[in-house]
Design a protein around this ligand. Structure first.
Ligand code: C2E
Ligand code: CA
Ligand code: CA
Ligand code: CA
Length: 279
């Protein structure tokens, strides 16, 4: 048993070693993923819970790795944040999101918004305000159709700086959503100071809110709180009609999740929009 333990320990070390090496390779490849045209955006519809209309979509990035196939953003975004590649990736995502939005508006879908994820590093360590201003001007999109999703942890990293930057964003005219709400440590008093337009309830609460009464109560409470602060509220990760009905009872404004659609490519999203129009 002793020698077996020794072996499994060696195996474990070798494994960790290999994983560190693999991570290093991935990090290096990530540095050129933008210029190598390996990134793609997919779009997940967001549905108005009162009218049933699609009000917009969240842009989600995908990395098509030459050998590994699709690498999940859950895996590569943290690496990109560590190496700083997130700045170039984030710019690519924002730019392509603005262009996608412009195409949708030009196709006659006038009320569309596009929600774009912004990481903490992007907010604090790059001239995000300047970049957004430039991209809005370059693409000529109406700025209030662009919604930046910022996690509460990103904001809490440096609250004073975040508030200052977010106020500059509001001057450009873009909308701001606080993402993954409820999972971080933001205090409610900060939420009031932040120039937010929307609160996004994290999937973790939505997922089992009908099975776990505590989460049901939390979801209801976030919706009431958001409304009392004058914000609209969106629930992510809605998978069933029963969840949609519960959210409607709680007067949640918008929902996004597999019940309506997975994240899809732009051509499919436009088909989705056209089908709704002819319904
Ligand atoms: P997120 O911002 O919380 O995005 C929602 C995630 O939930 C997406 O995963 C989406 O595909 C997934 N999802 C949506 N509806 C459902 C549902 O009904 N059930 C379940 N089980 N999952 C659902 P995805 O696309 O893998 O993205 C994961 C995370 O990666 C995102 O979480 C976000 O934090 C990050 N991410 C994605 N794209 C970007 C990006 O362009 N920039 C940055 N900084 N982060 C990104
Ligand atoms: Ca998001
Ligand atoms: Ca989330
Ligand atoms: Ca709230």
């Amino acid at each position: 048993a002793k020698s077996q333990g020794g072996n499994s320990y060696q195996f474990y070390v070798a494994n960790v070693d290999q994983r560190i090496r693999e991570t290093k390779v991935l990090e290096r490849q990530l540095a050129t993923a933008v210029e190598d045209n390996q990134l793609q955006l997919v779009f997940q519809p967001q549905v108005n819970l009162v009218t049933g209309e699609i009000r917009g979509a969240e842009a989600l990035v995908r990395w098509h790795h030459p050998e590994r196939g699709m690498v999940s953003p859950v895996e590569f975004i943290p690496l990109a944040e560590r190496t700083g590649a997130i700045v170039a990736i984030g710019e690519w995502v924002l730019k392509n999101s603005c262009h996608a939005l412009r195409r949708w508006l030009e196709a006659g879908f006038h009320n569309m918004t596009i929600s774009v994820n912004v990481s903490a590093i992007q907010l604090h360590q790059s001239d995000l305000v300047g970049m957004v201003k430039r991209l809005v001007t370059e693409t000529g999109i109406p700025p209030h159709h662009l919604m930046l999703e910022i996690t509460e942890t990103a904001v809490m990293e440096n609250v004073d700086l975040a508030i200052r930057l977010l106020k500059q964003m509001k001057e450009i005219g873009v909308q701001l959503a606080i993402d993954d709400f409820g999972t971080g440590y933001s205090s409610l008093s900060y939420l009031k100071k932040m120039p937010m337009d929307e609160v996004k309830i994290d999937r973790a609460f939505v997922q089992d809110m009908l099975e776990d009464p505590d989460n049901g109560t939390i979801v209801d409470a976030i919706i009431q709180l958001g409304h009392s602060l004058g914000l609209s509220v969106i629930a992510e990760g809605t998978e069933t009609l029963d969840q949609i009905k519960y959210l409607q009872e709680c007067e949640c404004d918008v929902a996004q999740g597999y019940y309506y659609s997975q994240p899809i490519r732009e051509d499919s999203f436009l088909t989705f929009l056209s089908n709704q129009r002819t319904q």
